[in-house]
Design a protein around this ligand. Structure first.
Ligand code: TRP
Length: 451
């Protein structure tokens, strides 16, 4: 088993920020956020999402990072060592299951994104007729081989980066890619704001309309906040275990939250003005990015180049997120089962490959196969965001608030007294004890139609 002396970790404050932000920023910002905001009426949804981020997302993220850094171990071992002899480590086990479930559908969407980078080089899939862009997307999704091969490309790339370790792989790659992502996104925004539909697009994003908001929409917003901040399943515990001892956890979490929010908003600013300019509906849902956007790009000057930039930046976002998802089972297999890192990566990729193939094929060969009225792809997406992550969030909040305890949490967050985070930490304990779990539970039961 790896000892703490040999343990790899992030080497600088910038590296910590890049990796953690790399985990948070992903398809959630560029694919889910605009699609959900578009479907649920724009700014009303955004406002609920903001509240969820602040009231539950940030405290749970700080809690996870603190647990991980204190224990300096994978989520299962971390919870075992902080609550010996009690079953809290099961949260780490469900986290690993959730990681596989998320990766199964996530890797398929990343596969489409990679395929679209290729399509934008070729110039295919670019047409001002929505029917044509729809056909191009349908052709990709309905081809079993194309779906699978692109998915394997994604998995091999992520596995290859993880093979180089935490500092040499995750940190080195995200440190280079994250600035590029901001640059590309900012360029797209500037361009989008010059279009005729800009005022309409901005109004859609920023003036609240609550008519489409009900219990299940609130749950979706809370689920999105969890998904966005990569919390509720041990990713942030895992990354916390790589934080340096002098790292300011609340400050880092706050920065990541703000930057992640900025990326979501910038993605909205890049997308909605363009969508409105050409008279498309913002409510296309998941296909907004793959069907509506190419039709929009086709009508813009330099459309092909813009499409290339857009899908490259989406790939960058997705890579950082996939790295953090895969690192969860890899570290568990490595530390708990004593596998070498190489073998842990191979085994994890195999599991994702099999589950992921199920998701990829649920759109073509296995399309008639439905569980609870949903395809495997939709089911895993729904279960992970709307059930597993919120339950994980409740348990982590309860663990810190009631089990690990106030003093231990304060000591962890204030770097054993060397940082002035004590006041903040003691209010956070109250939030984690009373506010976050109750809020998540109510939203969940209401959203699922139980109350
Ligand atoms: N936050 C990432 C995104 O927005 C996805 C992600 C990475 C994630 N790690 C996670 C979601 C852990 C839930 C849990 O795309």
């Amino acid at each position: 088993m790896a000892t703490s002396a040999q343990r790899d970790g992030f080497t600088s404050t910038l590296g910590v920020l890049a990796a953690t932000l790399g985990s948070a920023v992903g398809l959630g910002n560029i694919w889910k956020f605009p699609a959900l905001t578009g479907s649920y009426g724009g700014a009303g949804f955004l406002l609920i999402y903001l509240c969820a981020t602040l009231l539950v997302g940030l405290p749970v993220m700080i809690a996870e990072l603190a647990i991980g850094r204190r224990a300096r171990a994978n989520p299962i071992a971390a919870l075992k060592s902080l609550a010996p002899g009690r079953p809290w480590w099961l949260v780490g086990v469900t986290g690993m299951v959730a990681a596989f479930m998320i990766m199964a559908f996530y890797s398929e969407v990343v596969a489409w994104v990679f395929a679209y980078v290729w399509k934008s080089v070729e110039g295919s899939a670019l047409s001002s007729e929505a029917a044509v862009t729809e056909g191009a997307f349908a052709a990709l999704v309905s081809s079993p081989w194309q779906s699978l091969i692109w998915q394997w490309v994604v998995l091999l790339l992520i596995g290859g980066i993880l093979l180089r370790g935490v500092s040499g792989g995750i940190e080195a790659v995200t440190k280079r890619l994250m600035p590029l992502l901001f640059l590309l996104l900012a360029a797209l925004c500037v361009f989008s704001l010059t279009l005729n539909g800009a005022p309409q697009g901005l109004a859609f994003l920023f003036s609240p309309d609550f008519s489409k908001v009900d219990g299940s929409v609130v749950l979706t917003a809370v689920g999105l906040a969890f998904f966005k901040m990569s919390i509720g399943m041990g990713t942030m515990m895992t990354y916390g275990s790589y934080f340096r001892s002098d790292q300011n956890i609340p400050l880092t979490a706050g920065r990541v939250m703000c930057a992640d929010l900025a990326v979501s908003l910038l993605a909205g600013i890049a997308i909605f003005p363009a969508v409105f300019t050409f008279g498309f509906e913002p409510t296309a849902g998941p296909s907004l990015v793959f069907i509506t956007l190419p039709a929009v790009f086709a009508q813009l000057p330099f459309g092909q180049a813009l499409m290339f930039v857009f899908f490259v930046l989406t790939s960058i976002a997705a890579i950082g997120a996939m790295l953090s998802l895969l690192e969860v089972p890899v570290l568990i297999l490595h530390e708990r089962l004593g596998m070498t890192r190489r073998r842990a990566i191979a085994v994890s990729l195999l599991v994702v490959g099999v589950l992921g193939a199920g998701c990829a094929l649920s759109m073509n060969l296995l399309a008639s196969w439905r569980v609870m009225g949903r395809s495997l792809f939709d089911l895993l997406d729904f279960l992970s965001s709307n059930v597993l992550l919120p339950i994980g969030g409740i348990l982590i909040a309860l663990f810190v608030g009631w089990v690990w305890g106030r003093d231990a949490f304060i000591a962890a967050v204030s770097n054993d007294g060397s940082r002035e985070n004590r006041r903040l930490a003691s209010s956070l304990v109250l939030v984690l004890r009373y506010v976050s779990p109750v809020l998540i539970l109510l939203v969940m039961l209401n959203g699922l139609g139980v109350i």
